[in-house]
Design a protein around this ligand. Structure first.
Ligand code: ATP
Length: 345
């Protein structure tokens, strides 16, 4: 059987617990992947390495695909976010985050089916910050036509392939007329000239957030610049059960890194209680990506077995603590693996 080399970055905090859990699930489903473990974040520093070792970046360039646990980012000081550095270095310009209701996870809404597409390489995350005078600091929001056009094109292509009906851009171009104005202009242009059949709308982000929490079913694909995409992803996670259930992919022209939307959750790290579902769902996205890009039906099959497995597990009421259940990480994985294996017989 053809096996695919994939980089596994365990990450920090709950990262090693949830990526371990996902590896177990992939193995149970017979996913044809061979992990090469490389480190980043505090885990790399602890090993006497750089926070983002060149060997990790090179391994992703070589394999083309990685499954990544979250890396802790120091607040207000210290090194630049490893997550941001990795996306910028590898030019992983599109973050894709599907947000859907799951059977067995009850929330205020039962009709959430959104895809968030976040521009991943610029905006306020460009990291251009400086101290102008002792009491004045500034941060620069960078927008380039190349990146705005690229993410717009990618989003419309994605929407077309996935038979999505509508793209909504959340923006603040009433205030940031030049930067958000450029983002909007590019999206509008791609819509008008290449994808007039996909419905397109522009919503000012503050009103958009209100509309999202009132009735998320009015949206389909959301397209946002970097910071807005980061914030709105967590908001949308809250619509379907929280950060434990939202997967993600960072996609470039040739490389792809799959990771949950959540961070390293230091508050619960080491307790064995983290929900491994978000990273497991990210690994399903990874298998689909390999299946599509390398035309591998075995990956497709493993991905559907995992997906049916977790849908069944959740419907049976096997839930981790963050979803109101009683199971810890290992308990949830055992329940999931049991169902995947039962589907064999
Ligand atoms: P970081 O600094 O790495 O972003 P953080 O704790 O600030 O970490 P998140 O990791 O996104 O941010 O966590 C936000 C909250 O959601 C925390 O209270 C955390 O415990 C909870 N949480 C995040 N991921 C999970 C998970 N997989 N299972 C259960 N709870 C989670």
């Amino acid at each position: 059987m053809n096996s695919h080399d994939v980089v596994l970055i365990p990450g920090d905090g709950i990262g090693p617990e949830v990526t371990d859990a996902a590896s177990r699930v992939l193995e149970a489903a017979g996913a044809p992947v061979r992990f090469q473990v490389h480190h980043a974040g505090l885990a790399a520093l602890d090993r006497g390495d750089e926070v983002l070792p060149e060997s990790t970046v090179d391994a992703i360039r070589h394999c083309g695909v990685a499954l990544k646990g979250p890396c802790t980012t120091p607040v207000g000081e210290g090194f630049t976010s490893v997550n941001v550095q990795l996306r910028q270095k590898l030019n992983l310009f599109a973050a894709v985050r599907p947000v859907r209701n799951l059977d067995g996870v009850s929330t205020r809404f039962d009709d959430v089916d959104l895809v968030i597409i976040r521009e991943n390489t610029e905006g306020l995350y460009s990291g251009v910050e400086n101290q102008v005078t002792p009491d004045v600091v500034m941060s620069m929001k960078v927008a380039t036509e190349t990146a705005c056009d690229r993410i717009a094109r990618w989003s419309f292509r994605f929407a077309t392939r996935r038979q999505r009906k509508k793209i909504t851009v959340f923006h603040k171009a009433n205030i940031m007329k030049i930067t958000d104005g450029l983002f909007l202009r590019c999206a509008r242009h791609v819509h008008q000239t290449e994808y007039p059949n996909i419905e397109y709308e522009e919503v000012i982000i503050d009103a958009g957030c209100m509309k999202l929490v009132q009735d998320p079913s009015q949206f389909d694909v959301l397209l946002l610049e970097n910071l807005y995409g980061d914030v709105v992803s967590d908001l949308c996670a809250g619509l379907v059960g929280g950060l434990g259930v939202v997967p993600g992919a960072n996609i470039g022209e040739e490389l792809a890194v799959f990771e949950a939307v959540h961070g390293s959750a230091p508050d619960i790290a080491g307790q064995g209680v983290a929900n491994p579902l978000a990273v497991t769902m990210s690994s399903v996205m990874m298998l689909n990506h390999i299946a599509e890009s390398q035309d591998d039906p075995v990956c497709r099959d493993a991905s559907s077995r995992i997906k049916s497995g977790y849908n069944q597990t959740l419907s049976d009421g096997c839930l981790t603590g963050d979803l109101g259940g009683e199971l810890d990480t290992a308990g949830f994985v055992n329940a999931l693996v049991e169902r995947i294996e039962a589907s064999d017989s």
